[in-house]
Design a protein around this ligand. Structure first.
Ligand SMILES: [Cu+2]
Length: 347
């Protein structure tokens, strides 16, 4: 019998020892070590060049916007939701502040009051002969009907909000495909020539140098136009991730082999931070999300800076005269930074 026990202990020990050492190896590397493989994919000439904070893009077309302190990011000792910048976010925060919190507060205070009444009025000293009542039809109806009414008051706005959050995107929505990788994000723009942005967390010194919060700032941001619905197609390349942006009340899982869809519309220009919100492995905590929301013309410039195409660009080129013809001759080799675009940006 003892042989069995010994054998089991030995076998368990043998099984667990290598596992433990592997688990140690899998611990997150230093934040600086990660950037190399992914950052190389987009036209990064010199990832270390920090003179211009731009992520290797033509500064005439795009310079990363500075975030506003306290907007789109967590704040010290904060207990409330972040200021909301989308319609559904505003509605959701309103439901929380105007409907849920007051109802919860009133119910808590009411129950507390009942407890105090029972403790004081019906304590043994004041009430030695307890009531033998077991049923009271009126009270039973009241404490059934009132909670039902309370639930209805909560259900109506919250179900309508849920429906709004998952309304299909309109025809003219911009499509952005979001892919979660271990452990960074990729954003591709199929409506704009299908270029892909690879987004890695910035190391601490670089984030500080750019005036951005460490562990939220990234090298290449996801950029979208302001006030326009964006059809987010979200998937995972390896394991389940989750794309979450608290300031827009937006969270959707990124599941391998499956494309989840939800509309993201942000109505205020700015920089908003989020994080992967599905435990996805050793560096789960180091794949933040930065979304920059720009006016449409600035967004188009950003697309051009990334070598993407903007709808209507071809039209304006053909109506222009001989200069445009010369340009189109050289246009097939490079789509980026055409002089006409630079001039347009300067205006
Ligand atoms: Cu993840």
């Amino acid at each position: 019998m003892t042989h069995y026990v010994k054998a089991w202990i030995l076998a368990l020990g043998l099984i667990l020892t290598p596992a433990a050492s592997v688990a140690q190896d899998a611990l997150p590397a230093a934040p600086g070590a990660e950037a190399a493989p992914a950052a190389a994919s987009v036209d990064s000439e010199a990832p270390v060049a920090e003179a211009a904070p731009a992520s290797g893009l033509d500064p005439a077309l795009y310079t990363p916007m500075k975030p506003t302190e306290g907007v789109g990011m967590p704040v010290d000792k904060g207990i409330d939701f972040q200021p909301q910048v989308s319609a559904t976010g505003k509605e959701a925060k309103w439901i929380n502040n105007v409907i849920l919190l007051p109802i919860m507060a009133v119910i808590c205070l009411f129950v507390l009051l009942l407890l105090f009444i029972v403790m004081i009025k019906f304590r043994r000293g004041a009430n030695p002969e307890p009531s033998k009542t077991t049923h009271n039809t009126f009270i039973e109806i009241v404490w059934t009907v009132i909670p039902v009414l309370i639930l209805l008051v909560i259900a109506v706005p919250s179900i309508s909000l849920l429906a709004k959050q998952f309304e299909p995107a309109p025809e003219d929505a911009l499509t952005v495909k979001v892919t979660g990788y271990q452990w960074y994000w990729g954003y591709s723009y199929p409506d704009n020539g299908d270029f892909e942005i690879i987004s890695n967390m910035l190391p601490e010194d670089e984030a500080k140098a750019r005036g951005e919060p460490f562990q939220l700032a990234v090298d290449n941001r996801m950029v979208i136009p302001v006030g326009k619905p964006v059809k987010m197609l979200i998937t995972g390349a390896d394991v389940i991730h989750s794309f979450a942006l608290p300031a827009a009340w937006f969270k959707l899982d990124a599941v391998p082999g499956r494309i989840n869809e939800k509309v993201l519309q942000i109505d205020e220009v700015g920089v908003y931070y989020g994080q992967c919100s599905e435990l996805c492995g050793a560096r789960h905590g180091f794949m933040p999300i930065t979304v920059e929301v720009l006016p449409e013309d600035k967004f188009n410039d950003w697309v051009r800076a990334n070598g993407g195409t903007v709808k209507g660009d071809e039209a304006t080129e053909t109506e222009g005269d001989e200069a445009a013809v010369e340009e189109t001759a050289s246009d097939d080799t490079t789509t980026e930074g055409a002089p006409a675009d630079a001039a347009a940006a300067a205006n």
